[in-house]
Design a protein around this ligand. Sequence first.
Ligand code: MG
Ligand code: MG
Length: 276
Amino acid sequence: MKIGEKLVRYAKKARLFNLMSTVRNDEEIELLRENALLVSRTLAEVAKHIKPEITTLELDRLAEQFIRDHGAEPGFLGYRGFPNTLCISVNSVVVHGIPSAYRLREGDVVSVDCGTRLKGYCGDTAYTFAVGTITPETANLLKVTKESLYKGIEAAKAGNRVGDISNAVQNHVERFGFSVVREMVGHAVGREIHERPDVPNHGRRGNGPKLRSGMVLCIEPMINMGRKDIFQENDGWTVRTRDRKPSAHYELTVAIRNGKADVLSTFEFIEQVLKN
Ligand code: MG
Ligand code: MG
């Protein structure tokens, strides 16, 4: 069946091409913004409860309830078999920590990554919280990681390439002696949580796919205080630093519109809570 084979090959190529170059119209971007804002508000709800003694599973439950109360579905629950609504990654856990009976302690840093599905589109945003007082060195890791995300966003404009985002993130954190996790990367977002292209947090200026208006990207530096090396635990999810030093993770969803970044999700709601 030569014609059949050709058709299949053509369909695969077309699909690949489509994935590599998905651009969204204004209507789609607004649906992605709805998701992005719901995730942002969910993280602010979680922020209200981040304190010593709460379990990470309790945080997960209240996030799930909040998302469902707003007519959406948790984006991560069941995604490739992930068992919960939130990825909660404490201290040396980089990402993909599974909520559990672990009780947060004074001095912990806890990265909370949240996804939604609403009206056929996805949201995905993450924030790293300090539990009570943390060491100045760890506070600096959080500050620099968040700054690197904004450096990446500045580079997210039409005509640039993905490598310009990657390079901006890497340059910033390495200046402070921190290291970029290589194995996990940001991504485009749309009807699926993880779409192409990948958005690595290390790379060369001028490399990678070209950025175009209508692309919607999740930029998410995962930055280690010590060495870049990581490993995955036996649960098949938890990703931890090899040297057991802390790691930080911040993520925002960014649309490229009229040539420049329109940040769809926000940390404003979270930081309002943290101020009080
Ligand atoms: Mg995420
Ligand atoms: Mg993501």
